[in-house]
Design a protein around this ligand. Structure first.
Ligand code: NAD
Length: 328
């Protein structure tokens, strides 16, 4: 019995690979290294190819059979909202052809379980503060659409072929479980503020006139280590006999405002730069917090790290990466 992890050389996937290895599971990684890093997969065998190519289904099927894979955790995807707006055809191909090939191989090889990286982006711009899985999904960009369409495809394959699936809707992922596994991309608030501070520029806050306590947007930040543990809990749940649910929010249930996060970053980094407030960005809901009680009730998982640990661990990983570029 082994687990195949697509995108296992990426930021979140590498955390899951390491946790699986730590508990002694056999892990095989498939990654084309477009945004991943081969040094992150530890002892796992890395198979480097693009899962969205037509040939990938047969290649994946062979791997799943030869490695006696019973479960797949599927991370490999493109994740930049802006890029998805500019290149919708490519995003749909990357994210949905990739998933289609993975699921085709799962069916062909008789794999039992699939855990899928979905996103809070499926909810679009909710008009409620705390979102449950029952809230309607109306993604507002091609990235979110590929995740929602992916969930539909998974449900259809589960029904038609008896595969056990779980769709994990991540909220705002940040932090590092290990210093060498920090987020290399500068796309989310925490690394974006680090990057500005490093070059002496003011951190940017987009809008301070929202209907929230301090006027800035409130989000649910989930430590990547907690998120990785949620994958292992979900995998064990799928391998069990009782699987009443398949869609799970992954967050903490606690919101922090952009200003609170920026203040915490300034404190941890010892910076005294004054943040700069800019106009609101389109498509930013005032508040987005996960109700994650469903996954807790069926697996027992819950997040245990807060904002301070997220920022401290992310900064420590950032320092390793930027003070010792050879670690890249
Ligand atoms: N990081 C977040 O904040 C966040 C939030 C919600 C959902 N997600 C989802 O979680 C998953 C992992 O995200 P991440 O932050 O680790 O991103 P990442 O870019 O660090 O990791 C993605 C990995 O997949 C690989 N990959 C991409 N396209 C591939 C392809 N066609 N074939 C083979 N390998 C491919 C990349 O090389 C990389 O190693 C993605 O599906 C993403 O959409 C991430």
């Amino acid at each position: 019995m082994s687990t195949l992890v697509t995108g296992g050389a990426g930021y979140i996937g590498a955390h899951v690979v390491r946790l699986l290895q730590e508990r002694g599971d056999r892990v095989i990684v498939v990654d084309d290294l477009t945004t991943g890093d081969a040094t992150r997969v530890g002892d796992a065998t890395l198979h480097q190819f693009d899962i969205s190519e037509p040939s990938a289904r047969a290649h994946l099927t062979d791997l799943m059979r030869s490695e006696e894979v019973d479960s797949v955790i599927h991370f490999a995807a493109k994740k930049q909202v802006g890029e998805s707006v500019e290149r919708p055809l490519w995003y749909y191909r990357q994210n949905l052809d990739g998933l289609n090939n993975v699921l085709g191989a799962v069916v062909d090889a008789g794999v039992d379980n699939v855990v899928f990286s979905s996103s809070a982006a499926v909810y679009g711009e909710p008009d409620v503060a705390v979102v449950t899985e029952e809230y309607h999904c109306r993604p507002i960009n091609p990235y979110g659409q590929t995740k929602f369409a992916g969930e539909w495809l998974l449900d259809a394959v589960a029904k038609a072929h008896g595969v056990h699936v779980a769709k994990l809707r991540y909220f705002n992922v940040a932090g590092a479980g290990w210093d060498d596994l920090g987020d290399p991309a500068v796309l989310n608030l925490v690394p974006m503020v680090f990057e500005r501070i490093e070059r002496g520029a003011a951190p940017l806050i987009f809008g301070d006139d929202y209907d929230t306590a301090d006027g800035t947007c409130v989000r649910d930040y989930i430590h990547v280590y907690d998120l990785a543990e949620a994958h292992l809990a979900t995998l064990d749940y799928l391998r069990g006999d009782d699987r009443p649910e398949s869609t799970f929010n992954i967050g903490t249930g606690t919101g922090y405002s952009v200003r609170e996060v920026v203040d915490e970053i300034l404190r941890v980094t010892g910076s005294d730069v004054t943040p700069e407030v800019r106009e609101r960005r389109a498509g930013d809901p005032a508040q987005l917090i996960a109700d994650s009680s469903r996954i807790t009730s069926v697996t027992g998982w819950q997040a245990s790290h807060g904002l301070s640990e997220i920022v401290t661990s992310a900064w420590s990983a950032w320092r390793l990466r930027h003070d010792h570029p050879a670690a890249d």
